[in-house]
Design a protein around this ligand. Structure first.
Ligand SMILES: NC(=O)C1=CN([C@@H]2O[C@H](COP(=O)(O)OP(=O)(O)OC[C@H]3O[C@@H](n4cnc5c(N)ncnc54)[C@H](OP(=O)(O)O)[C@@H]3O)[C@@H](O)[C@H]2O)C=CC1
Ligand SMILES: O=C(O)C1=N[C@H](C(=O)O)C[C@H](O)C1
Length: 277
């Protein structure tokens, strides 16, 4: 296996990655390695991870010269920006370290509570953050399509959001499905907290037309499928996005890194990064 250290003298975005041995972490290491303008500058994982102390790119048969550490200060020391795809409690620990050290943050993690989101909003007074439950261009364009569809189909259409993911996913519904619900609810002047229906069982009664329903499928290695169904009388419209590879999330994350360069504070999402607002 060839292990040539990666020097990239011209690269100017110094990127640390949290959850570096995870599905997204590994995809991000590869995307950074293959990019012309980013360089791996730190690699974080849990103290219990067998990867601690190893080179972060070893799984690619390549040496980045960056060892995986569980110490956020060590992992962030050389970084301008951290990309975090972990779990909410991990992201919040990294957020505190980023705030102390003035390191910007790209958050892909999903499953935050409202209180946890408030902590992120507060930290964005001191550092610049891009946070989005889905970094792919396709999903963010789909969100815009949903906004338009919801406005045009505001009466007479029942709205159901169906998502499918791999067997390892721990949160439900997916962050993307919830975001789709929020976008649709906002377009219709509804509050998702009041109108979301997350489960149905037994004698449910007839469907309340003001609700937005969610269905979750978990199985195998499904990367991520989302469908929004607008079911009317005599017709139905389905808007579907299917991910076949996590590379799209990684590429979107690198676009977020470039967007954050030179920004000192503020909370942004992929609509800002992609100019879709
Ligand atoms: N925004 C987007 O575009 C996308 C978002 N996601 C989200 O990203 C997150 C990660 O997904 P995925 O990569 O599939 O998950 P994985 O479980 O494959 O990876 C998570 C990584 O984070 C580490 N980790 C877990 N808990 C903590 C913690 N408390 N502190 C620090 N590190 C921790 C894990 O370590 P260990 O293995 O040792 O537990 C692992 O290295 C999920 O919330 C998912 O929904 C996923 C894809 C796209
Ligand atoms: O856990 C995943 O895999 C994914 N999570 C994100 C979500 O919860 O929406 C994005 C994508 O669907 C993959």
């Amino acid at each position: 296996m060839s292990m040539a250290p990666d020097s990239k003298p011209g690269a100017h975005h110094r990127v640390a990655i949290a959850g570096v041995s995870g599905r997204m972490g590994q995809m991000l290491v590869e995307a950074v390695r293959d990019s012309g303008d980013c360089r791996l500058a730190g690699a974080l994982d849990q103290a219990s991870s067998p990867a601690i102390g190893n080179d972060a790119s070893a799984f690619l048969g390549h040496a980045s010269g960056v060892a995986v550490t569980a110490d956020p200060r060590a992992g962030l020391a050389q970084a301008q920006v951290l990309i975090d795809f972990t779990r909410p409690e991990g992201t919040l620990a990294h957020l505190r370290a980023c705030r102390e050290l003035g390191v910007n943050l790209v958050i892909g993690t999903t499953g935050f509570s409202d209180a946890q989101k408030d902590q992120i909003r507060d930290a964005a007074r001191d550092i610049a953050i891009v946070m989005a439950p889905n970094m792919s261009v396709g999903v963010n364009v789909t969100l815009k399509l949903l906004e338009m569809a919801a406005q045009a189909l505001d009466t007479g259409y029942d709205i159901e959001i169906i998502e499918a993911h791999h067997r390892h996913k721990v949160d439900a519904p997916s962050g993307t499905a919830l975001k789709m619900g929020e976008v649709i609810a906002q377009a219709l002047g509804r509050d998702l907290k009041q109108c979301a229906v997350y489960a149905r069982e037994g004698v449910t009664g007839e469907r309340d037309p003001s609700t937005i329903g969610f269905s979750t499928i978990r199985g195998g290695d499904i990367v991520g499928d989302h469908t929004v169904l607008f079911a009317g009388t005599g017709e139905r419209i389905e808007i579907t996005h299917k991910s076949a590879s996590r590379a799209t999330y990684a590429q979107g994350s690198l676009r977020a890194v470039r967007f954050l360069a030179g920004r000192r504070s503020g909370l942004f999402d992929m609509f800002d990064v992609l100019g879709l607002r």
